[in-house]
Write a protein that binds this ligand. Structure first.
Ligand code: AMP
Length: 483
C-alpha cells in the first residue's frame, strides 16, 4: 500500500514526500487506518518495522486537521530510554518540518540548558512531548506540566519500560490524562504484565501482531567456533585481508568492551568504544566520529544493538554470543539495512556453544562455521551441550501484502495554517535509536531531576506554531544516539 492511499492532509503528504516515504511497511499498512479513525491499539512490533511512523502519522494528521488546543500538550509519547526518545523526536522533527506542530523531548540528563528547554517547551504547551517515564514523573511532581488536555497517549517499547521498572510511573502518568483519549501501546513482546497494563489503560484496543523480525536476507551470517584466547587472532586475520572500516564489534559487558577496544588500539586498529560509562557528550562524539568516518570500528555493548540507523555498516562482529536471541537479531540487524548487504560474524567459545545453538534454533538456521585461520591454531569441536529453546516466543504472521495503490492525493483543506512545502529535504530526520540494556545501566537512569544536555538544534528556519517552543534552532552537529 502507498501512503497516498490514505486520506492524509497535505502537510503530512508533503512530509512523507520529503522523507521519501512512499510505500507503507506492514505495520503501517495495518495500523494507519484504524489509528486515523481513533481506535486504541496494541501493536506487537519491534524497532525497524516502521512503527514510529505508524503511530506518529495518524496523530500528526489529526493535529493538522485542527481543533486541538494551541497552548496545551496534546500528545504524550513515552519511551524507555533517552536514546529512543531522541530518535522518535528526530523522526518527529522530520515529519513536522512542513507542519504547524511543535514538540519537545523530555528525557533527563544533567545539563541545565536541557532542563530549561524542557521547561520552556512544556510551559508553552508543545503539541507533542516525547518523554522517558522517570523524567516526566519528575516534571509532574514539580508541577511543571499540565497533561489535562492530552488527546493521544503512546507507549513505545512498553515491554522494555516494564522491564526497567517503570510500570508504576506509567500508571501515575496515565492517571494525569483525560479518560477521553486515544491510547496506543507498542511492544516487541506481549508478556502477562503488558496485557495487564494494556487492559488498565486502553479501551477496546485493536491488536496488530507482526512476526518477530528474522535476520534480514542481506546478512551473511558466519561463525568461528574457537577458544576464548583465539578471538583476537581471528579478528586480526579477518582484517588482514579486508578493511576494518564500517565495523561494529559487540561484547556483552562494558569491562569487556574497554578491554577489547584497548587491545585493538594496541594492534593498530582505529577504534572507538561505546558503553554506559561514557557521558552523553562522549557518546555523541564517538557517534559523530564514526559517522564522519574518523574512526573505523566501534566496540560496543548492547547499548548500540537496537535501532541505530547508520546505513553502511559492513560487518557486525559478536565478540561473544548474546544470551538473548532477540539481542542477536538486533545486533546483526545493524548491518544490511534498507535492503543492502552485510556480514555478521560470531565468535563462539566453548562456554557459549549452547547459547549459540539456541540462537540457531531460534532463527531456524544453521549458521555456517568458518575454518579458523591457520595462525590461530585448532578449533574446538562444535558440540553444544543442550538444545534448550531460547528467546521469546514467536508472534503471529502479518501478511506482508503490497498492492499498487493510487489514492487521490489531497491538496486542499489546510485547516491548521501549515506552511507549504518548500523543497527542503530533511537531512537528519531518520530515527537513530537504540536502547540500552538494563544490564548495562541502572533502570531509572533518566529519572534525574538534574537538567541535561541540550538537544542539538538543527534548523534555524524551522517554523513553529508556538512562541518559545523548545525546538527549532539549528546545529550541524549530529545528534547522539546512545548512552
Ligand atoms: P522504526 O521501526 O520506526 O524505528 O523505523 C525504522 C526505519 O525505517 C527508520 O529509519 C524509518 O525512518 C524508516 N521507515 C519507516 N517507515 C518507512 C517507510 N514507509 N518507507 C521508508 N522508510 C521507512
Amino acid at each position: 500500500m502507498y501512503f497516498t492511499d490514505f486520506d492524509f492532509e497535505d502537510e503530512v503528504l508533503d512530509a512523507l514526500d520529503a522523507m521519501r516515504f512512499e510505500k507503507c511497511t506492514p505495520i503501517q499498512e495495518q495500523t494507519l487506518q484504524p489509528l486515523m479513525e481513533g481506535r486504541d491499539l496494541i501493536g506487537v512490533a519491534q524497532t525497524g518495522t516502521g512503527k514510529t511512523a505508524a503511530y506518529l502519522l495518524p496523530v500528526l494528521n489529526r493535529l493538522c486537521q485542527g481543533g486541538y488546543p494551541e497552548d496545551s500538550i496534546n500528545c504524550v509519547i513515552m519511551a524507555p530510554t533517552r536514546e529512543l526518545a531522541q530518535q522518535i523526536d528526530r523522526q518527529l522533527e522530520g515529519f513536522t518540518y512542513f507542519m504547524n506542530v511543535s514538540s519537545v523531548a523530555v528525557y533527563g540528563g544533567n545539563d541545565g540548558q536541557r532542563y530549561e528547554q524542557e521547561l520552556r517547551g512544556m510551559s508553552k504547551g508543545a503539541d507533542i512531548i516525547v518523554a522517558t517515564p522517570g523524567r516526566l514523573i519528575s516534571h509532574i511532581n514539580l508541577g511543571n506540566i499540565d497533561l489535562s488536555k492530552v488527546s493521544f497517549f503512546i507507549l513505545d517499547e512498553a515491554d522494555r519500560m516494564l522491564d526497567m521498572g517503570f510500570c508504576n510511573d506509567i500508571m501515575t502518568i496515565a492517571k494525569q490524562l483525560p479518560k477521553e483519549r486515544q491510547t496506543m501501546l507498542f511492544s516487541a513482546t506481549m508478556p502477562q504484565e503488558i496485557r495487564k497494563l494494556a487492559s488498565d489503560i486502553l479501551t477496546d484496543p485493536l491488536q496488530i501482531t507482526l512476526a518477530l523480525a528474522k535476520p534480514a536476507d542481506g546478512i551473511t551470517q558466519q561463525a568461528y567456533i574457537c577458544h576464548e584466547g583465539q578471538k583476537l587472532g581471528i579478528i586480526n586475520s579477518i582484517f588482514d585481508s579486508e578493511s576494518s572500516e564500517r565495523v561494529i564489534l559487540f561484547a556483552s559487558r562494558k569491562t569487556k568492551v574497554k578491554e577489547i577496544s584497548h587491545t585493538l588500539k594496541k594492534h593498530g586498529f582505529n577504534v572507538g568504544e561505546m558503553h554506559s560509562d561514557l557521558s552523553q557528550s562522549e557518546r555523541d562524539e564517538i557517534m559523530f566520529q564514526y559517522k564522519s568516518r574518523k574512526i573505523d570500528m566501534i566496540v560496543a555493548t548492547d547499548i548500540l544493538a537496537r535501532g541505530i540507523d547508520i546505513d553502511d555498516i559492513r560487518i557486525v562482529i559478536n565478540y561473544d554470543v548474546p544470551r538473548d536471541c532477540d539481542d542477536y537479531i538486533h545486533r546483526i540487524g545493524r548491518t544490511a539495512r534498507a535492503g543492502t548487504k552485510g556480514r555478521a560474524i560470531t565468535l563462539v567459545n566453548v562456554e557459549d556453544q549452547e547459547y549459540f545453538k539456541r540462537i540457531e534454533d531460534f532463527i531456524e538456521q544453521d549458521v555456517p562455521k568458518l575454518e579458523l585461520p591457520a595462525a590461530v591454531g585448532e578449533a574446538p569441536a562444535y558440540e553444544p551441550k543442550s538444545k534448550q529453546k531460547g528467546g521469546k516466543s514467536r508472534h503471529g504472521g502479518n501478511g506482508n501484502k503490497e498492492k499498487r495503490g493510487g489514492g487521490d492525493r489531497k491538496r486542499n483543506n489546510r485547516k491548521r495554517g501549515g506552511k507549504q512545502a518548500n523543497g527542503y529535504k530533511p537531512q537528519n530526520a531518520k530515527p537513530e535509536s537504540n536502547s540500552e540494556k538494563p544490564k548495562d545501566t541502572t533502570p531509572h537512569q533518566d529519572n534525574a531531576t538534574k537538567p541535561q544536555s541540550e538537544k542539538p538544534k538543527r534548523r534555524p528556519h524551522h517554523r513553529r506554531r508556538k512562541p518559545g517552543n523548545a525546538k527549532g534552532g539549528d546545529g550541524t552537529a549530529p545528534v547522539a544516539e546512545n548512552k
